[in-house]
Design a protein around this ligand. Structure first.
Ligand code: NAP
Length: 317
C-alpha cells in the first residue's frame, strides 16, 4: 500500500489555501500541520482545512517529527531561507515559484538538499497539468509542423502599493518573478534554454519591474516574444506558431482549460474541465517521486529549475 505523506504548509495566504484544498483530492496525502507568524491564523487555517497541528512559527513546525514534507507558501524572499530551514530539519520540500531570488541563492538551497539527500522540488504546477502536457505533446508530434515562434504573456492590473508583495523589492516583488516566470517557463519547455535573451523592463515607483517585454532566441532558429505586467490586463494566452499550423492555450494559459489546434485539417478544440484548483498534480508527482526514493521530480527536475532561474537572472540583470 502507498505511504501516506504528512504535509506541512508554511504561510496561510492565497496559495496556501488553494494548495490545502487541492491536497484533499489525494488519498495518499494528509494535510498534517500549518505554520503562521500568528497563532490564531494558524489555528483558523488548521480548523478550516482539517490539519491536525498548527504552529505560530515555522521552526516549531519543523521540529515535528511526524512531518514528511513542507510546502513553502510564503512570499518570494522567504523561499530560499524557508527551504533551507526545512531541509536542515530533515524535511522534504516543495517550494513555490520562484524557487529563489537568484541562481546563487538557488544553489545554496540545492546544496543543502544534496548534502542531506532530501527531496527538493519547485512547485511549477503548470508543468504537471494535463492541458499543458497536451500542448507540449501536440507541439512535438508534428501537428503544427515545426514549432517555431511562441507568443506568450501574463498580465493583470494591480494597483500600485509599495507594501504589497507584488511591488515591494524586499519581498521579491516584480512582474518577472511573479508572473513573467510562466511565459519564460513555456519558452523553456518548448525550445530549451535560450542562446540570446533580451528584456525591456519598466520600473514601478519602488524600482521593481511593473512590465517586462522579453524576446528570446533558441537553438535551430526558435524564437519567443514574451511579456508580463501588473500595469495592464493582458490576454494571458500562449500561441505557438509552427510551419503548418498554430496552437493556442487560452486564458489563463498557466492553468488552461481550453487548447485549440489549427492546421490544414481544420480547427480542433480540446477542453480540460478542472477538478479542484489544479495543485494536486504537482503534489501527486512529488509524492510519486518520493515513493520511488528519488530526491528530484523527473517531470520538473532541479536542472530545469536551474535553467528557469538563469533565464530570470538574465531578465533582471
Ligand atoms: N503557483 C501559483 O499559482 C501561485 C499563485 C499565487 C502565488 N504564488 C506564489 O506563492 C507565494 C505566496 O503568494 P500568495 O499570493 O499566497 O501571497 P499571500 O496571500 O500574501 O500569502 C503569503 C503568506 O506568507 C506569510 N507571510 C507573509 N509575509 C511574510 C514574511 N515576511 N515572512 C514570513 N511569512 C510571511 C503569510 O502567512 P502568515 O501571516 O500566516 O504567516 C501570508 O499569508 C509567492 O511566492 C507567489 O509567487 C503561486
Amino acid at each position: 500500500m502507498a505511504k501516506k505523506f504528512r504535509w506541512g504548509i508554511t504561510g496561510t495566504g492565497f496559495i496556501a489555501r488553494s494548495f490545502a484544498s487541492s491536497l484533499k483530492l489525494l488519498p495518499n496525502a494528509e494535510l498534517y500541520a500549518v505554520s503562521s507568524r500568528n497563532a490564531e491564523t494558524a489555528k483558523k487555517f488548521a480548523n478550516e482545512f482539517g490539519a491536525k497541528k498548527h504552529y505560530n512559527s515555522r521552526d516549531k513546525m519543523l521540529e515535528d517529527e511526524a512531518l514528511d514534507i513542507v510546502y513553502i507558501a510564503t512570499p518570494n524572499h522567504c523561499h530560499a531561507p524557508d527551504s533551507i530551514a526545512a531541509l536542515n530539519a530533515g524535511k522534504a520540500v516543495l517550494c513555490e515559484k520562484p524557487f529563489a531570488l537568484s541562481s546563487a541563492e538557488l544553489e545554496s538551497v540545492i546544496a543543502v538538499a544534496k548534502s542531506k539527500n532530501l527531496f527538493l522540488m519547485e512547485a511549477l504546477w503548470t508543468a504537471f497539468l494535463p492541458s499543458f502536457k497536451k500542448f507540449i505533446e501536440l507541439a512535438n508530434n508534428g501537428s503544427i509542423g515545426e514549432p517555431t515562434l511562441l507568443n506568450a504573456d501574463f498580465g493583470f492590473y494591480s494597483q500600485f502599493n509599495p507594501n504589497s508583495r507584488l511591488y515591494d523589492p524586499k519581498q521579491g516583488g516584480g512582474s518577472i518573478y511573479d508572473i513573467g516566470i510562466y511565459p519564460l517557463f513555456a519558452a523553456l519547455s518548448l525550445f530549451g534554454e535560450p542562446e540570446i535573451l533580451q528584456t525591456i523592463k519598466i520600473p514601478s515607483l519602488t524600482g521593481t519591474d511593473v512590465t517586462a517585454l522579453i524576446q528570446s532566441q533558441h537553438k535551430n532558429g526558435k524564437v519567443a516574444m514574451l511579456a508580463s505586467s501588473f500595469a495592464v490586463d493582458l490576454d494571458t494566452e500562449a500561441k505557438l506558431y509552427g510551419t503548418k499550423g498554430k496552437l493556442t492555450l487560452h486564458k489563463s494559459f498557466h492553468i488552461p482549460t481550453k487548447l485549440t489546434l489549427q492546421n490544414e485539417k481544420g480547427t480542433f478544440d480540446f477542453e480540460f474541465p478542472e477538478p479542484g484548483k489544479g495543485y494536486q498534480y504537482e503534489a501527486a508527482a512529488a509524492m510519486a517521486a518520493m515513493e520511488e526514493g528519488l530526491t528530484e521530480c523527473p517531470e520538473w527536475n532541479l536542472e530545469q529549475s536551474r535553467a528557469l532561474m538563469r533565464m530570470i537572472d538574465s531578465c533582471l540583470k
